[in-house]
Design a protein around this ligand. Structure first.
Ligand SMILES: Nc1ncnc2c1ncn2[C@@H]1O[C@H](COP(=O)(O)OP(=O)(O)OP(=O)(O)O)[C@@H](O)[C@H]1O
Length: 229
């Protein structure tokens, strides 16, 4: 698939002829210098952007041709997003942030609350459930964001520089969580500059100028991304 921005002499080939299969349960780290297309690729995988050319298949379903509404539902119900700057709602407590995502994904209020509390417990923040994000450390905020990303039981968690704003100790906390998710069989795609995250991934892809310069894994049968060709 391709993602181009601009045109003519201003054309940027942000994602250039990339062919990616990700089997269920694989933890993938995408690395590479600034501007090589990592975020653009992640946005294509999450249905946040459409490819300029080519197809995106998620769990056997072609997603790049979905309507805006269907794409929004797919993101809400099937994808967990984690961002560098957390993107929590400042006026909601930790548990409310997680709960809201579960409610939006269609869970009943009672189930959404129970699931939110379970997830906060899973990320080690049961005792911070009623704190506002402003009363949490960066690492704690990112762990709330990871709990939120899991609230819809996503097919895949997509993370864009999840430790980019964290100090070393907080990075280790988040690293430990990703490792737990990987062991639990959660499919993960993480864009990162952090070699420590890459070290716990099953597969490391290095990008250069929109293409894969290196891929530590030899493609087999695709079941999460790919499989549509
Ligand atoms: N909306 C846009 N319009 C025009 N060009 C864009 C747009 N988004 C990204 N680009 C360009 O596409 C290329 C890839 O950008 P992208 O953000 O995917 O790279 P990245 O590897 O994630 O970078 P970083 O590590 O700095 O976040 C860059 O040259 C960037 O300037």
């Amino acid at each position: 698939m391709n993602k181009w921005y601009g045109r003519d002499s201003g054309l940027v080939r942000a994602v250039d002829e990339v062919d990616l299969d990700v089997p269920a349960g694989q933890a993938v780290a995408i690395m590479g210098p600034s501007g090589c297309g990592k975020s653009s690729l992640l946005h294509l995988l999450g249905g946040l952007q459409r490819p300029s050319d080519g197809e995106v298949w998620l769990a056997g379903r072609r997603i790049d041709t979905l309507s805006e509404g269907a794409l929004a539902r797919l993101r809400r119900d099937s994808v967990g997003f984690v961002f560098q700057s957390f993107h929590l709602m400042d006026e909601l407590t930790a548990v409310e942030n997680v709960e809201l995502a579960a409610l939006l994904a269609g869970q009943s209020p009672r189930r959404a609350r129970r699931r939110a509390l379970e997830l906060l417990d899973r990320v080690g923040l049961a005792d911070r459930a009623t704190h506002l994000p402003s009363a949490l450390s960066g690492g704690q905020r990112q762990r709330v964001a990871i709990a939120r990303a899991l609230s819809n039981e996503p097919l895949v968690v997509l993370a864009d520089e999840p430790t980019g704003n964290l100090d070393s100790a907080a990075t280790v906390e988040v690293l430990r969580l990703f490792e737990e998710l990987r062991v639990a069989g959660q499919t993960l795609v993480v864009v990162t500059h952090d070699a420590r995250i890459a070290a716990v991934a099953d597969r490391v892809i290095s990008m250069r100028d929109g293409s894969f310069a290196d891929d530590s894994w030899l493609a087999g049968t695709g079941t999460i991304y790919g499989g549509g060709r």
